[in-house]
Design a protein around this ligand. Sequence first.
Ligand SMILES: Nc1ncnc2c1ncn2[C@@H]1O[C@H](COP(=O)(O)OP(=O)(O)OP(=O)(O)O)[C@@H](O)[C@H]1O
Ligand SMILES: Cc1cn([C@H]2C[C@H](O)[C@@H](COP(=O)(O)O)O2)c(=O)[nH]c1=O
Length: 211
Amino acid sequence: MVKGTFITVEGPDGAGKTTVLNIIAEELAAEGYPIVQTREPGGSPIAEKIRQIVLDKKHTEMDPRTEALLYAAARRQHLIEKIIPALEKGNIVLCDRFIDASIVYQGFARKIGIDEVLKINRFAIENTMPDLTIYFDIEPKIGLERIQKHRQGEMNRLDLETMEFHKMVREGYLQLLDRFPDRIKKVMADRPIEEVKTEAKKLILSLLVKR
Ligand SMILES: Nc1ncnc2c1ncn2[C@@H]1O[C@H](COP(=O)(O)OP(=O)(O)OP(=O)(O)O)[C@@H](O)[C@H]1O
Ligand SMILES: Cc1cn([C@H]2C[C@H](O)[C@@H](COP(=O)(O)O)O2)c(=O)[nH]c1=O
């Protein structure tokens, strides 16, 4: 039986997910919570190798379905090697992106189709879904400007997509938010880091007290 709590963060590129998750993970760990922080694509040795392939700027010829399969494969390996064992031990797993990213980026923005992408992801995750997903909402222009300003050298293949693609990503997330209001909670991410962190942490703590 799974004893832990599975929490994911999602949102357009540059929304501040990683920055805020790092702070929350550190604070919760210092407060005594058993935290396992991880990310997608990646989070385990094999999945990190897949990450290098899928995000490589040189791979401009990658087919959308190949891309979707690589994300799903990385997800499967990460789940089996890291997420499920951590949940079985009763940890709180904080994961930077998960299945919603595939639904939005590959299903919606790449136009493969949400049902097609869901099918391969159901195969990958069986029935392990997050207990809570915090969606960091931001206009893509602001998110991309943040990335360009602070970490231009680290722009990956997806960051370099068209503005139209990034607008579709946000639109896709907003549709998911409407579809799964019990699981996905929105935080406005175009505010100072401290404010975004406080609101996201509140959502996490309110879930933890219920369990
Ligand atoms: N609230 C904020 N206000 C201003 N700058 C921010 C804020 N949050 C994060 N940043 C900065 O924006 C940049 C992108 O942040 P971060 O890498 O955390 O975003 P992300 O959502 O994880 O992006 P990606 O999904 O592309 O990895 C970083 O350089 C970070 O310092
Ligand atoms: C899990 C997942 C991710 N993506 C995209 C989203 C981002 O543009 C990159 C990951 O980079 P990050 O700096 O670690 O956020 O990959 C995707 O398209 N599909 C997915 O399933």
